[in-house]
Design a protein around this ligand. Sequence first.
Ligand SMILES: [Zn+2]
Length: 329
Amino acid sequence: MPNHQRNYRAILERNVGFDGNTRWLRYARRNGFKEVKAERVRRCPDCGGRPKRKSWGQYVYFSTLIHLLECSRCGLVWSDARIDPGLVRRQFEVMYNGERYFRFSRRRIFGHLARVIDDLAPRGAHVLDIGGARGDLMAHLVERRPDLYVVVNDVSASGTKAATERFGFPTITGGAQALDEHERRYDIVVLSDVLYFEPDIRRLWSALDKLVAPGGKVIIRVPHRWALIRLWQRWFRATRSRARQRLQHAIRFFNPGHIFILRKDYLETRLRQLGFQRLRVMPSPLLAHAGTRVIDAVAFAVAVVIYWVTGGACALTPSVVVVGADRQI
Ligand SMILES: [Zn+2]
Protein backbone atom coordinates (compact mmCIF):
# COMPACT_ATOMS: atom_id res chain seq x y z
CA MET A 1 0.00 0.00 0.00
CA PRO A 2 1.47 3.41 -0.90
CA ASN A 3 2.47 5.48 2.05
CA HIS A 4 0.18 8.44 1.43
CA GLN A 5 -2.87 6.18 1.27
CA ARG A 6 -1.96 4.53 4.54
CA ASN A 7 -1.74 7.94 6.21
CA TYR A 8 -5.24 8.88 5.15
CA ARG A 9 -6.56 5.57 6.41
CA ALA A 10 -5.02 6.32 9.80
CA ILE A 11 -6.51 9.80 9.82
CA LEU A 12 -9.97 8.41 9.07
CA GLU A 13 -9.50 6.02 11.98
CA ARG A 14 -8.45 8.76 14.40
CA ASN A 15 -10.43 11.85 13.41
CA VAL A 16 -13.91 12.14 14.89
CA GLY A 17 -16.90 11.08 12.77
CA PHE A 18 -15.47 8.76 10.13
CA ASP A 19 -14.97 5.61 12.22
CA GLY A 20 -12.27 4.53 9.80
CA ASN A 21 -14.73 4.30 6.96
CA THR A 22 -12.78 3.90 3.70
CA ARG A 23 -15.57 5.32 1.56
CA TRP A 24 -14.11 8.70 2.61
CA LEU A 25 -10.59 7.88 1.37
CA ARG A 26 -10.86 9.67 -1.94
CA TYR A 27 -12.40 12.74 -0.36
CA ALA A 28 -9.77 12.78 2.40
CA ARG A 29 -6.93 12.55 -0.09
CA ARG A 30 -8.36 15.17 -2.41
CA ASN A 31 -8.89 17.59 0.45
CA GLY A 32 -5.55 16.91 2.14
CA PHE A 33 -7.02 15.77 5.46
CA LYS A 34 -4.90 16.39 8.55
CA GLU A 35 -5.00 14.76 11.93
CA VAL A 36 -7.28 16.92 14.09
CA LYS A 37 -8.20 16.55 17.74
CA ALA A 38 -11.91 16.86 18.45
CA GLU A 39 -14.44 15.73 21.02
CA ARG A 40 -17.80 14.17 20.33
CA VAL A 41 -20.79 16.00 21.87
CA ARG A 42 -23.58 13.47 22.35
CA ARG A 43 -25.90 15.39 24.68
CA CYS A 44 -27.42 18.86 24.34
CA PRO A 45 -24.80 21.36 25.59
CA ASP A 46 -27.57 23.50 27.08
CA CYS A 47 -30.09 21.22 28.85
CA GLY A 48 -28.32 17.84 28.61
CA GLY A 49 -31.23 16.38 26.62
CA ARG A 50 -30.92 13.62 24.04
CA PRO A 51 -30.87 14.38 20.31
CA LYS A 52 -33.78 13.54 18.06
CA ARG A 53 -33.11 10.35 16.13
CA LYS A 54 -32.54 11.93 12.77
CA SER A 55 -29.75 14.49 12.34
CA TRP A 56 -30.26 17.67 10.32
CA GLY A 57 -27.39 16.64 8.08
CA GLN A 58 -23.61 16.26 8.11
CA TYR A 59 -20.59 18.30 7.01
CA VAL A 60 -16.83 18.13 7.07
CA TYR A 61 -14.89 20.83 8.93
CA PHE A 62 -11.22 20.69 9.96
CA SER A 63 -10.97 17.11 8.60
CA THR A 64 -13.76 16.06 11.01
CA LEU A 65 -17.20 14.68 10.13
CA ILE A 66 -19.83 16.59 12.09
CA HIS A 67 -23.61 16.12 12.42
CA LEU A 68 -26.16 18.75 13.31
CA LEU A 69 -28.31 17.32 16.10
CA GLU A 70 -31.57 18.74 17.45
CA CYS A 71 -32.31 18.53 21.16
CA SER A 72 -35.57 16.71 21.81
CA ARG A 73 -36.10 18.77 24.95
CA CYS A 74 -35.09 22.44 24.40
CA GLY A 75 -34.86 22.58 20.59
CA LEU A 76 -31.24 23.73 20.44
CA VAL A 77 -29.43 22.45 17.34
CA TRP A 78 -25.77 21.66 17.96
CA SER A 79 -22.78 20.35 16.04
CA ASP A 80 -21.75 17.04 17.55
CA ALA A 81 -17.95 17.56 17.49
CA ARG A 82 -15.84 20.23 19.20
CA ILE A 83 -12.65 20.91 17.31
CA ASP A 84 -9.51 21.51 19.37
CA PRO A 85 -10.08 25.06 20.76
CA GLY A 86 -6.45 26.03 20.02
CA LEU A 87 -6.99 25.47 16.29
CA VAL A 88 -10.21 27.47 16.26
CA ARG A 89 -8.68 30.28 18.31
CA ARG A 90 -5.83 30.69 15.85
CA GLN A 91 -8.37 31.11 13.09
CA PHE A 92 -10.09 33.87 15.08
CA GLU A 93 -6.85 35.70 15.66
CA VAL A 94 -6.27 35.73 11.90
CA MET A 95 -9.77 37.09 11.35
CA TYR A 96 -9.28 39.83 13.93
CA ASN A 97 -6.18 40.99 12.14
CA GLY A 98 -8.27 41.60 9.06
CA GLU A 99 -8.93 45.31 9.46
CA ARG A 100 -11.08 45.28 6.34
CA TYR A 101 -13.54 42.84 7.89
CA PHE A 102 -14.42 45.31 10.61
CA ARG A 103 -14.02 48.53 8.65
CA PHE A 104 -15.99 47.54 5.58
CA SER A 105 -17.93 44.27 5.73
CA ARG A 106 -19.60 44.81 9.07
CA ARG A 107 -20.05 48.59 8.93
CA ARG A 108 -23.73 48.44 8.04
CA ILE A 109 -24.44 45.81 10.69
CA PHE A 110 -22.69 47.92 13.33
CA GLY A 111 -24.52 51.05 12.17
CA HIS A 112 -27.87 49.29 12.50
CA LEU A 113 -27.06 47.78 15.91
CA ALA A 114 -25.83 51.15 17.18
CA ARG A 115 -29.20 52.67 16.19
CA VAL A 116 -31.10 49.85 17.95
CA ILE A 117 -29.03 50.28 21.13
CA ASP A 118 -29.37 54.07 20.94
CA ASP A 119 -33.18 53.69 20.87
CA LEU A 120 -33.19 51.36 23.88
CA ALA A 121 -30.52 52.90 26.12
CA PRO A 122 -31.54 55.32 28.87
CA ARG A 123 -29.22 58.27 29.60
CA GLY A 124 -25.92 57.21 31.13
CA ALA A 125 -26.71 53.51 30.72
CA HIS A 126 -24.04 50.84 31.18
CA VAL A 127 -23.56 48.67 28.07
CA LEU A 128 -21.60 45.41 27.80
CA ASP A 129 -20.65 44.07 24.36
CA ILE A 130 -20.01 40.31 24.65
CA GLY A 131 -17.73 39.05 21.88
CA GLY A 132 -17.11 42.69 21.00
CA ALA A 133 -13.65 41.93 19.53
CA ARG A 134 -11.73 45.13 18.77
CA GLY A 135 -14.48 47.44 20.04
CA ASP A 136 -15.74 48.61 16.64
CA LEU A 137 -19.45 48.29 17.43
CA MET A 138 -19.06 50.18 20.72
CA ALA A 139 -17.05 52.86 18.92
CA HIS A 140 -20.02 53.34 16.55
CA LEU A 141 -22.29 53.52 19.57
CA VAL A 142 -20.41 56.09 21.66
CA GLU A 143 -20.11 58.30 18.61
CA ARG A 144 -23.92 58.57 18.70
CA ARG A 145 -24.20 58.38 22.48
CA PRO A 146 -21.20 59.80 24.37
CA ASP A 147 -23.23 59.57 27.61
CA LEU A 148 -23.09 55.74 27.66
CA TYR A 149 -20.56 53.76 29.70
CA VAL A 150 -19.37 50.81 27.59
CA VAL A 151 -17.33 47.68 28.35
CA VAL A 152 -16.01 45.29 25.70
CA ASN A 153 -15.60 41.56 26.25
CA ASP A 154 -13.89 39.00 24.03
CA VAL A 155 -12.19 35.60 24.25
CA SER A 156 -9.34 37.01 22.18
CA ALA A 157 -6.73 38.88 24.22
CA SER A 158 -5.49 40.64 21.09
CA GLY A 159 -9.11 41.76 20.45
CA THR A 160 -9.63 43.33 23.87
CA LYS A 161 -6.12 44.84 23.83
CA ALA A 162 -6.99 46.56 20.56
CA ALA A 163 -10.30 47.80 22.02
CA THR A 164 -8.40 49.49 24.85
CA GLU A 165 -5.59 50.85 22.70
CA ARG A 166 -7.81 52.19 19.95
CA PHE A 167 -10.75 53.54 21.94
CA GLY A 168 -9.78 53.43 25.62
CA PHE A 169 -12.62 51.03 26.51
CA PRO A 170 -12.48 48.95 29.69
CA THR A 171 -12.51 45.25 28.78
CA ILE A 172 -13.12 41.72 30.08
CA THR A 173 -11.01 39.02 28.41
CA GLY A 174 -12.38 35.46 28.37
CA GLY A 175 -15.38 33.31 27.51
CA ALA A 176 -18.49 32.25 29.42
CA GLN A 177 -16.53 31.49 32.60
CA ALA A 178 -14.93 34.95 32.83
CA LEU A 179 -18.35 36.53 32.28
CA ASP A 180 -19.98 34.31 34.86
CA GLU A 181 -17.41 35.47 37.42
CA HIS A 182 -17.80 39.16 36.53
CA GLU A 183 -19.47 41.14 39.32
CA ARG A 184 -21.11 44.14 37.67
CA ARG A 185 -24.57 44.46 36.19
CA TYR A 186 -25.43 46.25 32.94
CA ASP A 187 -28.52 47.99 31.58
CA ILE A 188 -27.87 46.56 28.12
CA VAL A 189 -25.94 43.45 27.12
CA VAL A 190 -25.16 42.96 23.42
CA LEU A 191 -24.27 39.62 21.80
CA SER A 192 -23.71 40.27 18.13
CA ASP A 193 -22.82 37.12 16.17
CA VAL A 194 -21.23 35.43 19.17
CA LEU A 195 -23.80 33.10 20.77
CA TYR A 196 -23.19 30.35 18.19
CA PHE A 197 -19.44 30.33 18.92
CA GLU A 198 -19.61 29.71 22.70
CA PRO A 199 -19.18 25.97 23.44
CA ASP A 200 -20.44 26.40 27.01
CA ILE A 201 -23.74 28.01 26.06
CA ARG A 202 -25.37 26.91 29.31
CA ARG A 203 -22.82 28.88 31.30
CA LEU A 204 -23.26 31.89 29.05
CA TRP A 205 -27.01 31.95 29.81
CA SER A 206 -26.21 31.68 33.51
CA ALA A 207 -23.74 34.57 33.14
CA LEU A 208 -26.42 36.66 31.42
CA ASP A 209 -28.69 36.03 34.37
CA LYS A 210 -26.16 37.86 36.56
CA LEU A 211 -25.03 40.47 34.04
CA VAL A 212 -28.36 42.03 33.03
CA ALA A 213 -29.80 44.45 35.61
CA PRO A 214 -33.49 44.38 36.59
CA GLY A 215 -35.42 46.28 33.90
CA GLY A 216 -32.44 45.70 31.58
CA LYS A 217 -32.26 44.54 28.00
CA VAL A 218 -30.39 42.04 25.89
CA ILE A 219 -29.70 42.44 22.17
CA ILE A 220 -28.72 39.31 20.21
CA ARG A 221 -27.78 39.08 16.53
CA VAL A 222 -28.00 35.59 15.02
CA PRO A 223 -28.37 33.98 11.57
CA HIS A 224 -31.94 33.26 10.56
CA ARG A 225 -31.56 30.60 7.92
CA TRP A 226 -32.73 27.45 9.66
CA ALA A 227 -35.89 27.06 7.57
CA LEU A 228 -33.79 27.37 4.41
CA ILE A 229 -31.30 24.82 5.75
CA ARG A 230 -34.05 22.32 6.50
CA LEU A 231 -35.73 22.86 3.15
CA TRP A 232 -32.47 22.36 1.25
CA GLN A 233 -31.64 19.31 3.34
CA ARG A 234 -35.03 17.78 2.52
CA TRP A 235 -34.37 18.41 -1.18
CA PHE A 236 -30.91 16.88 -0.85
CA ARG A 237 -32.31 13.73 0.74
CA ALA A 238 -35.07 13.41 -1.84
CA THR A 239 -32.81 13.79 -4.86
CA ARG A 240 -29.51 12.08 -3.93
CA SER A 241 -28.76 8.37 -3.77
CA ARG A 242 -28.07 6.72 -0.41
CA ALA A 243 -24.38 6.42 -1.32
CA ARG A 244 -24.21 10.13 -2.14
CA GLN A 245 -26.01 11.06 1.08
CA ARG A 246 -23.52 9.07 3.13
CA LEU A 247 -20.77 11.23 1.61
CA GLN A 248 -22.46 14.55 2.30
CA HIS A 249 -19.68 17.02 3.17
CA ALA A 250 -21.50 20.36 3.42
CA ILE A 251 -24.85 21.71 4.56
CA ARG A 252 -26.07 24.45 2.31
CA PHE A 253 -26.73 27.84 3.99
CA PHE A 254 -25.02 26.65 7.18
CA ASN A 255 -21.69 28.19 8.17
CA PRO A 256 -19.51 25.26 9.38
CA GLY A 257 -17.67 27.60 11.74
CA HIS A 258 -20.83 27.88 13.86
CA ILE A 259 -21.52 25.27 16.53
CA PHE A 260 -25.21 26.04 17.07
CA ILE A 261 -28.35 26.89 15.18
CA LEU A 262 -30.41 29.14 17.44
CA ARG A 263 -33.99 29.13 16.33
CA LYS A 264 -36.45 31.84 17.33
CA ASP A 265 -38.47 29.51 19.60
CA TYR A 266 -35.39 28.35 21.48
CA LEU A 267 -34.17 31.92 22.01
CA GLU A 268 -37.60 33.15 23.09
CA THR A 269 -37.98 30.35 25.64
CA ARG A 270 -34.49 31.03 27.02
CA LEU A 271 -35.09 34.78 27.25
CA ARG A 272 -38.43 34.30 29.01
CA GLN A 273 -36.72 32.02 31.51
CA LEU A 274 -34.33 34.89 32.23
CA GLY A 275 -37.30 37.14 33.00
CA PHE A 276 -37.51 39.25 29.84
CA GLN A 277 -41.14 40.30 29.49
CA ARG A 278 -41.00 41.86 26.04
CA LEU A 279 -39.40 40.17 23.03
CA ARG A 280 -38.89 41.41 19.49
CA VAL A 281 -37.27 39.85 16.41
CA MET A 282 -36.12 42.44 13.86
CA PRO A 283 -34.49 42.24 10.40
CA SER A 284 -30.76 42.95 10.34
CA PRO A 285 -28.68 44.25 7.39
CA LEU A 286 -26.45 41.86 5.46
CA LEU A 287 -22.67 41.64 5.49
CA ALA A 288 -21.43 43.94 2.75
CA HIS A 289 -19.81 42.34 -0.28
CA ALA A 290 -18.14 44.37 -2.96
CA GLY A 291 -20.48 45.02 -5.86
CA THR A 292 -23.77 44.09 -4.17
CA ARG A 293 -24.21 47.21 -2.12
CA VAL A 294 -27.35 48.50 -3.87
CA ILE A 295 -29.05 45.08 -4.11
CA ASP A 296 -28.36 44.44 -0.40
CA ALA A 297 -29.69 47.83 0.61
CA VAL A 298 -32.88 47.30 -1.42
CA ALA A 299 -33.34 43.74 -0.02
CA PHE A 300 -32.96 45.08 3.52
CA ALA A 301 -35.40 47.93 2.88
CA VAL A 302 -37.98 45.45 1.56
CA ALA A 303 -37.49 43.21 4.61
CA VAL A 304 -38.00 46.20 6.92
CA VAL A 305 -41.25 47.14 5.12
CA ILE A 306 -42.53 43.52 5.44
CA TYR A 307 -41.55 43.58 9.10
CA TRP A 308 -43.63 46.69 9.75
CA VAL A 309 -46.58 45.58 7.60
CA THR A 310 -46.80 42.26 9.49
CA GLY A 311 -46.68 44.07 12.82
CA GLY A 312 -43.23 42.71 13.67
CA ALA A 313 -44.18 39.06 13.04
CA CYS A 314 -42.00 38.49 10.00
CA ALA A 315 -38.26 39.15 9.76
CA LEU A 316 -37.01 37.84 6.43
CA THR A 317 -33.32 38.75 6.40
CA PRO A 318 -30.61 36.02 6.65
CA SER A 319 -29.77 37.38 10.11
CA VAL A 320 -32.03 38.89 12.74
CA VAL A 321 -31.69 40.98 15.88
CA VAL A 322 -33.56 39.59 18.88
CA VAL A 323 -34.31 42.05 21.67
CA GLY A 324 -35.38 41.04 25.16
CA ALA A 325 -36.60 43.93 27.29
CA ASP A 326 -38.28 44.71 30.65
CA ARG A 327 -36.39 42.16 32.64
CA GLN A 328 -38.09 41.19 35.90
CA ILE A 329 -36.25 39.21 38.53
ZN1 LIG B 1 -31.48 20.87 25.08
